[in-house]
Design a protein around this ligand. Structure first.
Ligand code: FHN
Length: 455
C-alpha cells in the first residue's frame, strides 16, 4: 500500500448538500480507517476514464463546421439550443456497444478500474434515472441502461468501477440551461439551483449508489459554477459517505478551482479524498495527499471524428511511470463513438501498454513515491521492499549511475530476465553495468534490492 497519508476529520453526517457544515452523527474516520478505505485505489495505479454521451453523435461537427476544442463541449462552444441538442440524444443509438469488450480492453491494458461519465455537463444520463426522462433508457432509441451493463461487466472481470457526475448541468432549467447561449459561467447564478440540487442531483446520486451496488468512486466535475461552494461540497461528501461508507470521492466535490486560470491546475485538494490534476503531471507530485492525473490520448475527452493528435504508446507509458514515481494514479481517457466503440487508435495503444505492463507491472502497481529525485535517464519507483529503476535512455557506455542512491544494493537484476547485474562503487555513488541492448525501447526496469534504508 502506498504511504500517502493525509490527516482527515470526516464527519459522516445526515444533512442537505445546500446546508452549512455537516452535523456529525457518526465517528470521525481514523487515519487507519482511511488507509483501509483507500488501499485498493492506491494500489491500482492505472485506470480507464470513459467520456461517452450524446456529444459523440455530432462528434465535433455542427452544421457541417468542424468545431474547435474538446468534443463534449460542443453544446456550449457552438451555442446549441437545448431543444436542438436533444436531437443528438434522440439519434444516440450505440448498437455496437459491448460492455464486456470495453472492460476487456481496459483489463488487457493493465487498468484496474474504470470511471465512466454517468452525466456530463450536457445533462444527459447514460443510466436509467427515475427522476428524469433525459437518460439513455427513456430518451434515446437504444432504450438500454449502458451504465448498468458496464458496472456488471467490470464486476465480472474483477475491475473496480466508478462514475463521473457533473454538478454543472446545461439541460436542467434550475441549473445552467437558462444561461444561454454559452451555458458555462463562473459568475452566473440560478436562484433555483438548490431545487436542482435537492430534487434532481442528489436523487440521481442516490440512484447511482443504490441501483449500482459496485460503484466504488464518485468523480465530480463542473464544480466551478457560482452556485456551488466548498461548504456544499463538504456536506455532499458526508451525505454520500453516509449512504456508502466505503466510497472514494474526488476533490471536485468542492468548489475546487477558483478562476479560469485555476482550471485543471489544482494545488491542495480541498474537499474530498484525492486531487485531480488534469492533462498534466505535477512536477513533484502532490506531497502528502492522494492524487490522480487524468489525461486524454488525443486532444479531446468525448469522441471527435477528426481529432488525430494521438500521443504515442511510449509517451503514455512513460507518463504512467512518471505519475507512479511521484505517488499518483493515472486515469487515461477513451472517448467511444456514437455507435459504441472504443476508437481503434485508443485500443491499439492500450494493447501495447498492456504488453509492457504484463512484463513490468511489478514496478508500477502498488508502488509509492520514489525516495529519490527523478534521474536524468528515467524514473525510480519503490514498493514491495524494492527500488525499481525505469531506464528510458539506455546509457551508451553501458554504465547506469544510480543517482541519489547512497546504500549499495545487495542484489541488482533486470526485471525481464532476472539475471544478476554487477554493481560497483564509483566516487560517492554506484553504477550498474548493463548489457549492450536495452530490453525495452520504452522503459527497461532494473530491480534494486536493499538500496533504500529499511528495505
Ligand atoms: O469540462 C470538463 C471536461 O469536459 C472533461 O470532462 C474534464 C475531465 O477531467 N473535466 C472538465 C474540465 O476540468
Amino acid at each position: 500500500m502506498r504511504i500517502r497519508r493525509m490527516m482527515i476529520g470526516l464527519a459522516l453526517a445526515s444533512c442537505t448538500a445546500s446546508a452549512a457544515p455537516a452535523q456529525t452523527v457518526a465517528a470521525v474516520e481514523t487515519a487507519a480507517q482511511r488507509d483501509a478505505r483507500m488501499a485498493w485505489w492506491r494500489d491500482a495505479q492505472f485506470g480507464m476514464f470513459i467520456h461517452w454521451g450524446a456529444y459523440a453523435v455530432p462528434a465535433g461537427v455542427y452544421h457541417d463546421e468542424r468545431v474547435p476544442g474538446i468534443g463534449e463541449w460542443i453544446m456550449s462552444r457552438s451555442k446549441v439550443p437545448v431543444a436542438e441538442y436533444e436531437q443528438f440524444v434522440r439519434a444516440f443509438n450505440p448498437v455496437k456497444y459491448d460492455a464486456d469488450e470495453w472492460v476487456r480492453i481496459a483489463s488487457d491494458a493493465g487498468m484496474k478500474y474504470i470511471i465512466v461519465t454517468s452525466k456530463h455537463h450536457d445533462g444527459f444520463a447514460i443510466f436509467d434515472s427515475k427522476v428524469s426522462e433525459y437518460d439513455m433508457v427513456d430518451a434515446s432509441p437504444f432504450h438500454r441502461d449502458a451504465l448498468k451493463s458496464l458496472a456488471e461487466a467490470a464486476h465480472r472481470q474483477g475491475l473496480r468501477f466508478g462514475v463521473y457526475y457533473s454538478i454543472m448541468d446545461w439541460h436542467h432549467p434550475d441549473a445552467q440551461a437558462p444561461n444561454t447561449p454559452e451555458y458555462n459561467s463562473r459568475t452566473w447564478s440560478n436562484p433555483n439551483f438548490s431545487r436542482y440540487v435537492e430534487t434532481y442531483m442528489k436523487p440521481q446520486l442516490k440512484e447511482l449508489l443504490t441501483q449500482y451496488p459496485n460503484i466504488d468512486v464518485l468523480w465530480f466535475d463542473g464544480e466551478w459554477v457560482a452556485d456551488w461552494s466548498d461548504e456544499q461540497g463538504r456536506a455532499l461528501y458526508a451525505w454520500l459517505r453516509a449512504i456508502k461508507p466505503s466510497l472514494i470521492i474526488n476533490n471536485r466535490v468542492g468548489h475546487t478551482r477558483q478562476g479560469m486560470s485555476g482550471m485543471g491546475q489544482n494545488g491542495g485538494i480541498g474537499v474530498g479524498d484525492f486531487g485531480t490534476p488534469e492533462q498534466r503531471v505535477p512536477a513533484t507530485g502532490l506531497p502528502g495527499v492522494d492524487w490522480e492525473t487524468c489525461m486524454t490520448m488525443n486532444d479531446t475527452w468525448g469522441f471527435k471524428s477528426f481529432d488525430d493528435g494521438w500521443k504515442d504508446t511510449r509517451t503514455l507509458l512513460r507518463t504512467l511511470i512518471d505519475v507512479a514515481s511521484k505517488g499518483g494514479n493515472f486515469l487515461l481517457n477513451v472517448g467511444p463513438t456514437a455507435a459504441g466503440q472504443i476508437p481503434t487508435e485508443s485500443a491499439a495503444r492500450l494493447r501495447e501498454m498492456g504488453q509492457w505492463l504484463r512484463a513490468n507491472g511489478e514496478a508500477v502497481y502498488a508502488t509509492t513515491v520514489s525516495p529519490f529525485d527523478a534521474p536524468a535517464w528515467g524514473r525510480y519507483t519503490t514498493g514491495k521492499g524494492r527500488l525499481y529503476a525505469h531506464v528510458f535512455d539506455w546509457p551508451k557506455d553501458g554504465q547506469l549511475a544510480l543517482t541519489g542512491v547512497t546504500i549499495k544494493p545487495r542484489a541488482v537484476y533486470l526485471l525481464s530476465d532476472k539475471k544478476p547485474l554487477v554493481v560497483e562503487q564509483q566516487g560517492d555513488g554506484f553504477v550498474v553495468r548493463l548489457p549492450a541492448v536495452a530490453p525495452s525501447s520504452i522503459a527497461s526496469v532494473i530491480v534494486l534490492e536493499g538500496a533504500v534504508a529499511g528495505q
